[in-house]
Design a protein around this ligand. Structure first.
Ligand code: FAD
Length: 404
């Protein structure tokens, strides 16, 4: 019988395994992952899990019975060391070799490390895996001080969660505003004020240069002679796609493993999906790498269809969410290349939309506590509908009425 091997047991890997069975794969399906447990949801790691509102056993992506029914096998705690495309085998760390007929790379991304003195002290953490989150939880202590390096989504969500747990929290952001890479200044200002209103201190233009302490972190030293006391340090400065296996096997890698609209690499027997891919998006008209659960799940379905010889082009608008305090941000589209931002509603009301426009088309929308507008924004963007700034800004006009 034929074997489909999936490397990476997370959002993309779990979905791909189930979808490949649904698409009619008759042979063996083996998912190999280097973490200790079956695929789990990562988004709650900085949110519900960290705050103690959810436990680890509530994070599983699919129940064990789902994998059993689909006859999906797992090899966990196991790292794939190399791929040999000539004889269609993979080699595990430890030396065992397995043969595949179809191979899927769902290797995701890993945290970017901060290479400064003291960054390996106890009490310094990153956040990508359940093991990371559990290690942070062990170091959380109310009324103690936490310093978070990086004002991106992970840093800000973690700040909100630690604040809820009673820690004194400072966020250091090296740019002149938080979320600089991903949102307009209006959103950065909104989030800075939101965090400040909850007692989080945000220091901009601040770069951590060393973590001080004997065996355990005690202080973070920044530029501008700033030294902050810290019982707990969390570094959230982005991720790097895991592309080394693919590159060593001679697959084309750009800002991620290069795949086409069918999630196929330059090897007809190897697909890739999720955070590790650099892929075309027909709705946007360019290639990109996304770090989001919806993309991992959608692309996995596309890859599964290709494995089964039923190619269906990936056709999904990017979307993302972030939860901080009682504020839900939902983002539709991708704001690259926007010319201006139009606000609908007042940020002070904690319910508003920031529209990103190019000419008279919406590229993206950041929707704060505005789920209805988010649903309509997806349609406005995907259907490339012509709008005016005045229409988008006017809260007396239902966004739904602009969608044809
Ligand atoms: P990953 O989840 O990175 O999984 C890849 C897996 O492959 C990992 O387990 C890795 O260890 C394993 N692996 C890699 N190389 C090998 C190898 N050689 N051998 C064996 N195994 C290997 N996204 C959202 O859309 N919304 C959110 O609110 C959100 N919040 C987040 C909060 C946190 C704290 C984090 C960390 C992420 C968040 N994300 C969020 C991002 C989301 O989790 C990722 O986009 C998603 O996990 C990508 O799934 P993936 O399967 O592509 O990759």
């Amino acid at each position: 019988q034929q074997t489909c091997i999936i490397i990476g047991a997370s959002h993309a890997g779990a979905q791909l395994a189930n979808s490949v069975r649904k698409e009619g794969w008759q042979g063996r399906i083996l998912v190999i992952g280097d973490e200790a447990i079956a695929p789990y949801h990562r988004p709650p790691l900085s949110k519900a899990l960290l705050m103690g509102d959810k436990t680890a056993d509530q994070l599983e992506i699919f129940k064990p019975t789902v994998y059993d029914k689909a006859n999906i096998e797992f090899l966990l705690n196991t790292r794939v060391a190399s791929i040999n495309r000539a004889d269609k085998t993979i080699t595990l760390e430890g030396g065992n070799t397995l043969t595949y007929d179809k191979l899927a790379l769902c290797t995701g991304a890993r945290v970017r490390k901060l290479d400064i003195p003291g960054s390996d002290l106890k009490g310094v953490h990153y956040l990508r895996t359940l093991a990371d989150a559990e290690a942070i939880q062990r170091d959380v202590s109310a009324n103690r001080k936490a310093v978070i390096v990086g004002g991106g989504y992970i840093g800000l969500e973690t700040a909100a969660s630690l604040r809820k747990l009673g820690m004194e929290v400072t966020v250091l952001e090296m740019m002149s505003r938080v979320l600089e890479r991903v949102t307009a200044p209006e959103l950065s200002d909104y989030y800075t004020k939101l965090h400040e209103s909850h007692g989080v201190k945000i220091i901009l233009n601040a770069q951590a240069q060393a973590i001080l302490g004997n065996d355990k972190a005690q202080q973070v030293q920044c530029n501008n002679d700033l030294v902050l006391d810290a019982d707990l340090v969390i570094i959230g400065i982005g991720v790097i796609p895991n592309t080394e296996l693919a590159a060593a096997a001679g697959l084309v890698v750009e800002n991620g493993i290069l795949v086409d609209e069918f999630a196929c690499t330059n090897d007809p027997d190897i697909v890739a999906a999720g955070d590790c891919t650099f892929h075309p998006n027909d709705l946007l008209g360019f290639h990109l790498r996304l770090e989001s659960v919806p993309n991992a799940m959608e692309q996995a379905k596309t890859a599964a269809a290709s494995i089964c010889g039923k190619p269906k082009a990936y056709h999904a608008l990017p979307w993302f969410w972030s939860d901080q305090y009682d504020i839900k941000l939902q983002i539709a589209g991708f704001n690259k290349g926007y010319e201006r931002v139009v606000l609908r509603g007042n940020p002070d009301s904690n319910q508003f939309v920031a529209w990103y426009l190019q000419d008279n088309k919406v590229l993206a929308a950041d929707c704060i506590n505005s789920s209805k507008e988010f649903m309509q924004a997806k349609k406005l963007i995907a259907q490339n509908i012509t709008v005016t700034d005045a229409q988008l800004a006017d809260t007396s006009i239902e966004v739904a009425s602009l969608v044809t």
